[in-house]
Design a protein around this ligand. Sequence first.
Ligand SMILES: Cc1ncc(COP(=O)(O)O)c(C=O)c1O
Length: 475
Amino acid sequence: MNMHYISSRGGIAPVGFKDALLQGFAADGGLFIPQQIPRFSRAELEEMGSLGFTDLAYRLIRPYIPVDEIPDQDLKELLLSSFASFTDTRVAPVIRKGPDHFYIQELFHGPTQSFKDIAMGFLVGCMDYFLQKDQKSLSLILATTGDTGPAAVAAAAGKKSMNCWPLFPQSMISEEQRRQMTTVDADNIHPVAVTECANGGDDLDIVVARMFNEPQTKSALKLSSVNSINWGRVMMQVVHYFSGYFQTVDSLDQKVIFSVPAGAFGNLCAGSIARKMGLPVETFICATNQNQTLHQIFGQGRMHKNQLIQTVSSAIDIVLPYNFWRFLSLHSPDPSITKTVMDRFEQEGHIEFEPTLYHHFAQGFSSVSVSDEQTLSTMRDFYHQYNYLLDPHGSVAVSAAREQQQKETPIICMVTAHPAKFPDITSLALGEEVARENRHPAIEATMQKTETMHTCSCHELQETLTELIQTLLAH
Ligand SMILES: Cc1ncc(COP(=O)(O)O)c(C=O)c1O
């Protein structure tokens, strides 16, 4: 039976893969989830253990994409081209670093040096594939805390089927991240710097969600999104968990722990799906900074609308982790509970999860909130003791793992960005010389180029963006 997609809010008829991908949000304002999660047998997993990243990706995502929507050969080609520009053929290599049983999974070998590149090339490639076939075009709008935007820009640049509008909170991302969006010479890329966002990327997410919830606006502006609201992103992020696992253990009898820096919870949602597909994971450590919404959810079973705190790990400065709703639908005994819980949270601004529900979804998860002092001191320790420079988000994952280390289970810490994206934070932790010595040539190249961007305040964003997109579509 072909895979279909339903909404986390349960209010739409099932749709196919192409529709789930191109629509971004479901029509009822929910996020798309697959009707069922395929589970692989031990024999199938054993066979996958020796595959390279692209072949592994093919095996893992094939069940989610009906063959009549993307035939085998086309899917293989899309995958090959998604990883062609990675600087490490393993795509998401694991190395042994740190205390006993610690492993680092480097997820920054793509074109814009963050883990977002792993799924973005494929997602944008698939959208382009469908749009070209139907001779259609889309406007991709996406909110970014600094890494999704560059990855989307690199993947979309020059593609005739789409215009790409990355929205970023002015002064809340690094100059390096901003330049990766504003210096790309392609006429379908239109970065927008947004001022007056007290809650950073969360304020932008709200505007994006509002525009998607107005059917008229969505269709007139041909909107779609490549934020991790898009199922394609989460689906593809399943792959690096399997790859990390196979690179770390010798036998499927071994379990591992993953420590993951979490913001909007897309990456960890993918991890939980990987476990449902059969991956032997003992625990996921949900590593947050001082923005503690996820820590409260998993540690205390309650959720609050918190105020944003600006930290040294700025890409995970997020107070509303929207992928949690998708996760809740997939991990509740009754998926329709999500709508009830979401509506109550919207109305009251806080929620206590009912104990049975909490135990159900929080099983196999632990959470740690890491302070800026810990983030910086782990960067220092790792550099001096193990000769390895962590970026601040990788450092949040490692700091959390140090707190939670158990027995002898291998612990894989996901390093989600290259430190050269955050030289100011490296300088703060280790001094300017270390930051200078650890530059990245691709990032350095953006420093010589001229920047182009639109600017507006958050309260005029919807109006300005609508006008800009309308003008572009009219030409
Ligand atoms: C470097 C980095 N690490 C971690 C995250 C968090 O990922 P997610 O939003 O999927 O939880 C992000 C993005 O938000 C990021 O840019």
